[in-house]
Write a protein that binds this ligand. Structure first.
Ligand code: 5GP
Length: 346
């Protein structure tokens, strides 16, 4: 047994130190990024924020709202839509703002193959498993890369540099980083496994960038400032679940109780998800998820304005004219002692 003594940080453990800046207003800040992906060779231009591939978040309605918003945000579609609906969506809206998602279940790969065989052009793929550390997962990713060299592949989740490197060398363009920080995730409680998210982002970004790869910080953002901290720590993309749940675009039932309106939001391995998807989810995430009530928030456009406005504002405080330079302009100040509640908000 070994104990690592080095301090590891979560978003809540730090704040940005403000810096002198020549920027006069938020409107001068460019929060879009341009990437050329290592393996697919394709390019991406837009605000690098992605809606998570979860029920209530990774929906067609969310993708349409993002397209309408116009700044290049994207949605990882949850994997439970029937193939005919996916085909219709791609035909009507194109592939620019969406990630086709799969897990490691055989049916998922068969459905992707079928979609492509029928002429579907998914362009971007999200391969999502709870534990990205298995050899089996690396082999799976290699096989998908060989089969579809032209697809941009985002895959995970992992939290340490050596595994980021292994996945990039296996053909992943963007490694998804985060084990346990999710708002409806109970992995840390149920398994004792996890890694403080900001440190995971900082360490994994460093490893990925050394190989010409990218990372997506997945989970644990609860306010716009957390998203800025993820980018400040070196994340190329940030994925959001809970912050985008509870909106008109969630495709979930609106419930009214004692005059309060809310929507249910649940982890993709929660009982709720398992019941809804008839047990198919158990294989997707062996670890656990929970169900929460999210107060109804109306249309997602207002929340997006807050998120994008917050990010722009962070950039002005630290003198970053572009999102690209935010991490170079970042000095974090530690604001907590180490003994924290690492189990999220519950
Ligand atoms: P949030 O933005 O809500 O904090 O985190 C979203 C992320 O939580 C998702 O992108 C996904 O990685 C993770 N997640 C979603 N459902 C579950 C679940 O049931 N169990 C676990 N362990 N993680 C989940």
């Amino acid at each position: 047994m070994r104990i690592e003594q080095e301090v590891k940080l979560d978003y809540k453990d730090v704040l940005f130190r403000p810096k002198r800046s020549t920027l006069k207003s938020r409107s001068q800040v460019d929060i879009t990024r341009e990437f050329k992906f290592k393996w697919s060779g394709k390019t991406y231009q837009g605000v690098p924020i992605i809606a998570a591939n979860m029920d209530g978040v990774g929906t067609f309605d969310m993708a349409r709202a993002f397209i309408q918003e116009g700044s290049g945000l994207s949605v990882a579609l949850h994997k439970h839509y029937p193939i005919e609906e996916i085909e219709k969506f791609y035909t009507d809206n194109g592939s620019q703002n969406v990630w086709y998602s799969i897990g490691m279940v055989k049916d998922d790969e068969a459905k992707l193959d079928e979609f492509i065989k029928r002429g579907g052009e998914p362009d971007k793929l999200c391969i999502d498993v709870a534990n990205g550390y298995s050899e089996h997962f690396v082999e799976y990713v290699k096989r998908i890369r060989e089969k579809y060299p032209e697809l941009t592949i985002m895959a995970g989740n992992v939290v340490t540099g050596e595994m980021v490197e292994e996945l990039i060398l296996a053909g992943v363009d963007i490694v998804k980083v985060g084990i346990g920080p999710g708002s409806v995730c109970t992995t840390r409680k149920m398994t004792g496994v996890g890694y403080p998210q900001l440190s995971a982002v900082i360490e994994c970004a460093d490893a990925a960038h050394g190989l010409g790869g990218l990372i997506c910080a997945d989970g644990g953002c609860t306010v716009p400032g957390d998203i800025a901290k993820a980018f400040g720590g070196g994340a190329d993309f940030v994925m959001l679940g809970g912050m985008l749940a509870g909106h008109d675009q969630s495709e979930q039932e609106l419930v009214e109780e004692n005059g309060e309106k809310y929507l249910r939001f649940y982890g993709m391995s929660s009982d709720t998800a398992m019941n809804k998807h008839k047990g198919g989810v158990a294989e997707y995430r062996a670890s656990e998820g929970k169900t929460v009530k999210i107060p109804y928030r109306g249309d997602v456009s207002q929340s997006l304005q807050d998120i994008l406005g917050g990010l722009r504002s962070t950039c002005t405080y630290v003198g970053a004219r572009q999102l690209k330079s935010l991490s170079k302009c970042t000095t974090f100040v530690r604001v907590t002692q180490q003994i924290n509640n690492v189990f999220g908000q519950s």
